[in-house]
Design a protein around this ligand. Structure first.
Ligand SMILES: Nc1nc2c(ncn2[C@@H]2O[C@H](COP(=O)(O)OP(=O)(O)O)[C@@H](O)[C@H]2O)c(=O)[nH]1
Ligand SMILES: [Mg+2]
Length: 340
């Protein structure tokens, strides 16, 4: 099964801009890669603790969906990192739908399929497609806690857009450490795109200001802005992000077209709490869920929409250029349930 279907008929509008040079191709073609589904499955199989296995064991042979069995299901979901709010919603949904069986046993197949449907409902979101500006450049602001994988995700995103024929500019808005811009420069080189950076300690908003001017000169289709993920205080974070946003909004009305919150799936519910600070500090439009290759749980994916009110748009499954996929709820549900 193909996890990610390339949108062949969906040429970026910007590609028709005459003044823009064709993007440089990647120097080395990426090696054939395993689909996300296969990768996720591998992780889940390693632990023998996938949602599917545990829920299937609970429902095996049919059982009454009473307080006791639903409590066991609740434990399974919580152990998979689904989180309290979403778990309770799922369990209540299952209880509600099981009413038709009255006091009889609920067939195992029915229970599993219903649970999967409920989970799929949680994963689907009407605005999950990545936003593109009508008039380029599309400006994407990337935020999130330190170490979650922002810079890596930016590199992978850039590579994808370059591959689609776009001219991409990365702006090194994380000026807190010199290493941050250096790391972004390495990714820019791998992806085959340009980078705008300034000295360590420079004001991030002014780097963004200059970077956007650079993007115009370049005729960029896509601008992706890296930011520092320091969580001094929420006030500080808000002030810094608002300043950056103001610069972007003044540069082009309607921008940023996308503000991506990067979240590390392996940090589970703790990570969600930290991520929420960013949703309060700035207007986020979607989530990049990273390090799904590093967790056997992944249940936090199910919790994100309810907890943060945001769609998951992308998922990271490794440290390589190619390890980023568009989020596909059905494929994800199949992987987490280890089902066809
Ligand atoms: N296994 C794995 N590691 C990742 C992934 N994304 C990022 N990383 C690693 O996480 C670490 C922090 O990433 P970085 O992009 O610097 O995070 P930032 O501080 O948010 O910019 C690095 O060692 C990355 O290689 C992923 O999807 N899977
Ligand atoms: Mg970084």
């Amino acid at each position: 099964m193909l996890f990610w279907k390339k949108k062949k008929d969906d040429e970026p509008e910007a590609a028709s801009q005459p003044e823009v040079e064709a993007a440089r191709p990647l120097e080395e073609p990426a090696p054939p890669r395993k689909g996300l589904l296969a990768k996720l499955r591998e992780r889940l199989a390693q632990t023998h603790a996938s949602l599917w296995d545990r829920a299937a064991a609970l429902f095996r042979g049919g059982l009454k969906l009473d307080d006791e069995s639903l409590e066991q299901l609740e434990e399974i979901l919580l152990a998979a990192d689904v989180g309290m709010m979403t778990t309770q919603h799922l369990v209540a949904g299952l209880r509600e739908r099981a009413r038709r069986f009255r006091d009889k046993d609920v067939p195992a197949d029915w229970a599993m399929n219903t649970l999967k449907e409920l989970i799929l409902d949680e994963l689907q979101h009407e605005t999950s497609a990545p936003a593109l500006a009508e008039n380029p450049p599309t400006i994407v602001l990337v935020v999130g806690v330190n170490g979650v994988g922002k810079t890596t995700a930016i590199g992978k995103l850039a590579a994808r857009y370059v591959r689609e024929g776009m001219t991409v500019l990365l702006i090194a808005g994380d000026t807190f450490r010199a290493a941050a811009a250096e790391q972004l420069a390495i990714w820019a080189e791998r992806a085959g795109c340009e980078i705008h950076s300034a000295q360590e300690g420079a004001d991030p908003a002014s780097v963004v200001y200059d970077g956007l001017a650079h993007a115009r000169r370049l005729g960029a289709h896509m601008v992706i802005i890296d930011t520092a993920g320091r969580l001094h205080t929420k006030t500080h974070l808000m002030a810094e992000l608002s300043k950056i946003r103001r610069v972007i909004e003044r540069d082009s009305p309607g921008a940023p077209h996308e503000t991506l919150l990067v979240q590390d799936a392996s940090t589970g519910q703790t990570g969600l709490v930290q991520a929420r600070v960013f949703t309060e500090a700035t207007q986020v439009t979607g989530v990049v869920l990273t390090k799904l290759d590093g967790t056997a749980k992944g249940g936090v994916t199910i919790a994100i929409r309810r907890e943060l009110g945001l769609p998951v748009k992308w998922m990271g499954v490794g440290e390589k250029l190619d390890d980023l996929e568009l989020f596909d709820p059905e494929a994800f549900a199949a992987a987490i349930f280890n089902s066809p």
